[in-house]
Ligand binder design. Sequence first.
Ligand SMILES: [Zn+2]
Length: 288
Amino acid sequence: MKFRLLLALLVLPLGAQTTPFGTKVSDPSAAPATTTAPAAAPAAAPAAGGVSDEFVDNSVQVSPFRPTLLPEAKSTRTFQLSKLNRLGSTETTKELQRLYSAFATQSIVDGSPAGSSKAVGYLTTVTYSVLQDLGDNRYLAKAAWPASGPNEALAAGVDTMALLLLEKPAKAGDTGKITGMHVGTVAVLFTPDFAPLKGRRLTLRREAFLECATLEDSPAGLQRFVEAITAGAELSATTNETIPCKKCGGLGFTREAQKGQLLDKRVPCADCASTGKLIIAVETKFVP
Ligand SMILES: [Zn+2]
């Protein structure tokens, strides 16, 4: 599969006319969102040059991606390889391994010069059963996936229809499990060929996943990672880190002087819910 091309297409602005999932629908926001609603009639024009099959319009239109916005890291720091395991430095082998594991799960293998790129959407394991082949390796499938991302930014899917872009051809009824990169919600205008929707021209708005492979989380993978940084590659990993709460200094409360009292009043810290700790997304940039 032309993975690099796909990735290039994925990062196109929303105004782009085509996407890996197909041709732009004029106004995806106007499309009905329910599975039972019939398609808006004006949008159901047959594909140019298409031959109708007993007046059944089998053309497929898929709206552009609406990429999920990955959370911005709240803080950045650097990990300096040359400081590795130096006395008093935070750059330890264990920390490097932990950060590499995060990097590996946030990167997808592709044909770029570095061999991989940062994933542009949440990665999750998608279990599926193909309902319909929509052409161009796009499939409507019954799918399930666990929640992914910080604070479960991508909610879990349970027995729900989703659009999949698979690496290999598949046919209705095929089942499988992929690592899927969530590429947002798309509206697909098509004619189902499965019960109970068979033959009804309609639009579904569904989560879309691109099948991909993540980097190998292994000593060899870590070795290549270190070599790439040494050679000047700009790589980073985003992780959730627990830091002391700034407002209360990690105490979980602030003090308030009480008139005529010797002891200060302790006010529970709202910023950290009195835990003294905050969990924030931190981007760690690696430098030689
Ligand atoms: Zn606090």
